[in-house]
Design a protein around this ligand. Structure first.
Ligand code: C2O
Length: 485
């Protein structure tokens, strides 16, 4: 069994900044001051709510001042605003399950740089809850503020679409118990992947990518951290990941390629390079910061089945998360969908086999695998997916029982490295997506509308204020697969 034995408790505590606590049995109550330090760890809060209560809330003021201070540093200083954005351009990891720990480390060190440059030692980076406030938060629109970015594709009034930040959509993502389907799959270099190909899923493909595209401008590129709202967006993704782990008690992968992956792209508050293993990051939100619950819909927190050392043990252990693909129904016909129009493919299948998968337990999923998808040269649209509803439109409600989810692309031809496929010309870049359609198929099965043909419709919809005229979604292969874990 894979545990995190490659780093000792001492190293671990050092890595999470609790160096003074080494050797202490702090969960057992043996170390009062460590318990206190953990209990009093800074709380990351909802920036729009802070603003609504007080436009000059200290958290907003510190963030503003920190960004201004970073902008004032010469770009040769690795802590400068531009140097931090260049780290993202050159090193960011996307389209595989390392994107979550990589961006978590990014935020932790950005937060430490903010503390150092402002002297506000208690500062905790706020987040943007796009579910409860679908517009870019108000503090980012004051043109005289360091938080303003003139290069955005939207206005203060534009709202992100419920297709990617709606409560039903986010709750479906949070109820996904498999790490690959929640967080995206392993990178193509991993030999440990049993699925048909590597792919984006859930949290990355839907709210993450779509919010980048929705804001557009800097946020639509790998220089997105030039826009100060970038860190608020990623903090919300981080909050959802922490909630999925710590409140809903879903396990991350224990694949050593993930756990032992070294993240070496960041610097600390003094500008010194740091190295963090992905496996270490799972305990950051337990030991060094916490979230005010990033409520989705009315939900606050979760069952909180585990606390203290049980939670730590659970997080350190992880779980095998590979998906085993069993029965597949495949279509090899390439398909092009024009922006604004539904394009439908029909998959022939055996209804009895599908029905038994629909009725199987929660570790059996039914996954739409969309592969050989061309990364569009312009990414001004998101894609809505419907089952057995070829007349669906951009406006069809996400509460319609045929709605199966949405996805978007986040890519930059000028970026390199971590993103396995960036750096290629977009003409040759192919990507893949996994959409867990089991919740939708359950509804359709209950309504008695499953037959030997399943119609899958894709509707590319322009983001707010984008025409996306002539842009297309091109899919090479579509498959419905029964996946177990
Ligand atoms: Cu690496 Cu959302 O960006």
């Amino acid at each position: 069994m894979q545990d995190l034995s490659l780093f000792s408790r001492r190293d671990f505590l050092k890595d999470v900044g609790l160096v003074s606590l080494t050797g202490a049995a702090f969960w057992a109550g043996g170390c009062e001051s460590c318990q206190q330090q953990i209990q009093n760890r800074p709380t990351r809060k909802n920036i729009q709510e802070l603003w609504n209560a007080n436009h000059s809330d200290p958290v907003i003021t510190t963030y503003k001042n920190a960004v201004a201070a970073m902008k004032a540093l010469p770009s040769s200083d690795p802590r400068s605003w531009e140097a931090q954005a260049q780290i993202h351009l050159n090193k960011c990891i996307h389209r595989n399950w390392l994107w979550l720990p990589w961006h978590r480390v990014y935020l932790v060190y950005l937060e430490r740089i903010c503390r150092k440059l402002t002297g506000d030692d208690k500062f905790a980076l706020p987040y943007w809850n796009w579910n409860t406030h679908p517009a870019v938060p108000d503090p980012f629109w004051d043109t005289s503020s360091s938080l303003f970015d003139a290069n955005r594709g939207i206005t203060q009034a534009d709202q992100a679409d419920s297709s990617y930040i709606g409560t039903t959509v986010l709750q479906n993502i949070l109820s996904e118990a498999n790490f690959n389907l929640f967080a995206s799959g392993p990178p193509p270099t991993s030999n440990l992947h049993d699925g048909p190909f590597t792919a984006m899923s859930g949290l990355e493909a839907t709210p993450h990518n779509s919010i980048h595209g929705f804001i557009g401008g800097d946020m639509g590129s790998f220089l997105s951290p030039r826009d100060a709202v970038f860190y608020m967006h990623h903090n919300m993704c981080d909050c959802m990941w922490a909630h999925w782990n710590n409140d809903l008690n879903n396990a991350n992968t224990n694949d050593p390629a993930w756990v032992n992956f070294s993240i070496r792209d960041f610097v600390d508050e003094n500008g010194s390079p740091v190295t963090v293993e992905a496996g270490v990051t799972v305990l950051y939100p337990v030991l060094t910061y916490q979230f005010e619950p990033c409520s989705i819909g009315g939900m606050q927190g979760g069952p909180k089945k585990l606390t203290g050392k049980q939670l730590e043990a659970f997080l350190r252990a992880g779980a095998p998360s590979k998906l085993e693909f069993g029965q597949r129904w495949e279509i090899r016909r390439a398909m092009t969908a024009e922006v604004g129009k539904a394009a439908t493919l029909a998959i022939s299948l055996e209804p009895a086999a599908l029905t038994s998968a629909v009725q199987a337990g929660s570790h059996t999923r039914i996954v739409l695998t969309v592969s050989d998808v061309e990364v569009p040269p312009k990414r001004d649209f998101y894609v809505r997916v419907f089952l057995n509803k070829p007349d669906a439109t951009a406006e069809t409600s996400i509460e319609d029982p045929h709605f199966a989810g949405s996805f978007a692309f986040f890519f930059d031809e000028h970026g390199m490295k971590g993103d396995a496929m960036a750096g290629e010309s977009s003409a040759s870049a192919l990507t893949g997506l996994l959409v867990d359609v089991k919740p939708t198929l359950q509804k359709l099965s209950q309504a008695g509308s499953l037959s030997s043909q399943l119609q899958v419709s894709f509707i590319p919809v322009p983001f707010a204020r984008r025409q996306a005229a002539g842009e297309q979604l091109k899919i090479g292969r579509l498959e419905l697969a029964v996946a177990t874990f």
